[in-house]
Design a protein around this ligand. Sequence first.
Ligand SMILES: Nc1ncnc2c1ncn2[C@@H]1O[C@H](COP(=O)(O)OP(=O)(O)OP(=O)(O)O)[C@@H](O)[C@H]1O
Ligand SMILES: [Mg+2]
Length: 206
Amino acid sequence: MNKKPILSVRNLEISFSQYTKGLRRIDSKAINNLDIDLYKGEILAVVGSSGSGKSLLAHSILGILPSNANLKGDIYYKDEILDEKRKEKLRGKEIVFIPQSVNYLDPLMEVGKQVKISIKDKKKSNTILERVFRKYNLDKKVEKYYPFQLSGGMARKVLLSSALVSNAEVIIADEPTPGLDEKSLNEALKDFRDLADNGCAVLIIT
Ligand SMILES: Nc1ncnc2c1ncn2[C@@H]1O[C@H](COP(=O)(O)OP(=O)(O)OP(=O)(O)O)[C@@H](O)[C@H]1O
Ligand SMILES: [Mg+2]
C-alpha cells in the first residue's frame, strides 16, 4: 500500500455561531480535534452516533458546509492544502460525494442526464449509463424520470450510480446504503471494494 495518505484531515474543528436572547453570540462545537488519514486502495469507515458530526465532516472535505459553520484545522489532498477554491475545482471530479440526502439530485433534470454528467468518456456515456442501471436493477425508462418520480431506494441507486461511473480518486459516501434491497446492497459493497482495488480511496460514513 502507498505510504502517504491521499487525503489527510488535521485538527478539524467545526463550530456554529448561534445568537441567543439579547443577541449574545455563542459558539457550539460540532466536531473537535479530529484527525483522519485516507489512503489509496483503502476503504475507511467513519462510525458515529446520530448528530455526532459525520455529515459535517463529509461536507467540510467537499466544501459545502452551511454558511453559519466555522471551520478550523487543515485538510490536505495529495500533499497540498485543500482550500475552498481547490475543493470546488475537484468536487464531482477527483473527489466525488454520495450524499446522505437524496435532495442533492437536481429536481429539474432527468436522472439519466445527471448520472451522465459524471462520466468522463462522453462517447461511451450511454453504454456506461445503461450498464450501471442494469446492474442496480433500474429499468431503462428510469433514465428519463425526474427525481420526484423515484422511490427512496431508486434515488439512492441513482446517487450511487453517479459516483460509480465517475473517475473519482476519492469517494466520500455519507450513509450510501439505507433503503437498498439486499442484492443492490451487496452489489454496492462489492463496487466500493473494486474501486478501492483499482486505486481509489473510499471514505464510508455509516
Ligand atoms: N447549519 C447548522 N446550524 C447549526 N447546527 C448544525 C447545522 N448543521 C448541523 N448542525 C449540528 O451539527 C451536529 C452534527 O450534524 P451532522 O449532520 O454532521 O450529524 P451526523 O453525524 O451526520 O448525524 P446522522 O447520523 O443523523 O446523519 C448536529 O448536532 C447538528 O444539529
Ligand atoms: Mg449525517
